[in-house]
Design a protein around this ligand. Structure first.
Ligand code: NDP
Length: 268
């Protein structure tokens, strides 16, 4: 039996034609033409073609596009200055920085504000001397505020505290994961954010593992985590308590973000 061909070209044409109809309706009702700014740094031959194709695609969809060419000697600061200007321009709706960029430009510029709880987890690991590089990290929970950002932050090449605060091999589990224990037992670093009191039991943890319990659950007057602290602390190499673990770090990172915002507003 030969495989069914999943034809991306035909599908893209169909989607682009649907978008063109929606653009037309949008322009008629608002008088605004969606506009994409493309930034091309240097003279990479492939990039010239890709950017040209994107400009043509915009035109066919009834969108506008503007091309900003910068020399191959452009610095990171100069590129950021242009990005700031385009971000502030109400007539620009999308910005494409065509990759690859010349070597002197840092493509891995990190966001200015990091989500507080995931950042707190990474700060705690770093300041406790626990490196992520090459470690098998299992994140249990995939919420937008904790699980998902943690996964991408552990995966990136440069973390908030440097390269050793990143570069993990990451697995993410959730309520539909089959045989959760067989996955969590693989973890050198197990991070749990599910909101289920004491759901992670000792048999689900590899002896010596680092266990980060993000969960905060109320049980009567008591606050407990997602990890069975008593049993797991007997076999883990390190563990965060609840309360007194990630919660206070989340607040510390909120203060960090507020100070960063104030410095940005004061332009210092
Ligand atoms: P959400 O309820 O948004 O997400 C919970 C996640 O856990 C979901 O992805 C869900 O899977 C998964 N999940 C639920 N039950 C199980 C299970 N039995 N096995 C495996 N996965 C499961 O929670 P949040 O991320 O917002 O919060 C999680 C916990 O962390 C809560 O206790 C919360 O109070 C605490 N928290 C603590 C903070 C702190 O500062 N320490 C900050 C933020 C949250 P699915 O997606 O499939 O539904």
């Amino acid at each position: 039996m030969s495989a069914k061909i999943l034809d991306g070209k035909q599908l893209a044409l169909q989607i682009r034609s649907e978008i063109a109809e929606r653009v037309q309706a949008f322009r008629q009702s608002t008088g605004i033409a969606p506009c994409l700014a493309a930034i091309l740094v240097g003279d990479d031959a492939g990039s010239q073609v890709y950017v040209r194709n994107k400009e043509l695609a915009c035109a066919k969809a009834g969108m506008e596009s503007r091309l900003f060419r910068m020399p191959g000697t452009t610095s990171t600061a100069e590129l950021l200055e242009l990005l700031d200007r385009l971000n502030a321009d109400p007539m620009i709706h999308g910005i494409l920085v065509q990759l690859p960029l010349p070597r002197q430009i840092d493509e891995r510029l990190r966001p200015r504000y990091l989500p507080c709880t995931p950042h707190g987890v990474l700060q705690l690991l770093h300041r406790s001397g626990i490196a992520l590089t090459g470690a098998e990290v299992v994140v249990v929970g995939r919420s937008d505020i904790v699980g998902k950002p943690l996964v991408s932050m552990c995966l990136q090449k440069l973390g908030p505290c440097g390269a050793s605060n990143a570069n993990a091999t990451v697995t993410c589990c959730h309520s539909q994961t089959k045989d959760l224990g067989s996955v969590t037992r693989r973890a050198d670093i197990l991070i749990v954010a599910i909101g289920r009191p004491r759901a992670i039991t000792a048999d689900m943890v590899k002896p010596g593992a680092v266990v980060i319990d993000v969960g905060i659950n109320r049980e009567g007057d008591a606050i407990v985590g997602d990890v069975d602290f008593e049993a797991v602390s007997a076999i883990a190499g390190a563990i965060t308590p609840v309360p007194g673990g990630i919660g206070p770090l989340t607040i510390a990172m909120l203060l960090e973000n507020t100070l960063t915002a104030a410095k940005f507003a004061a332009d210092v």
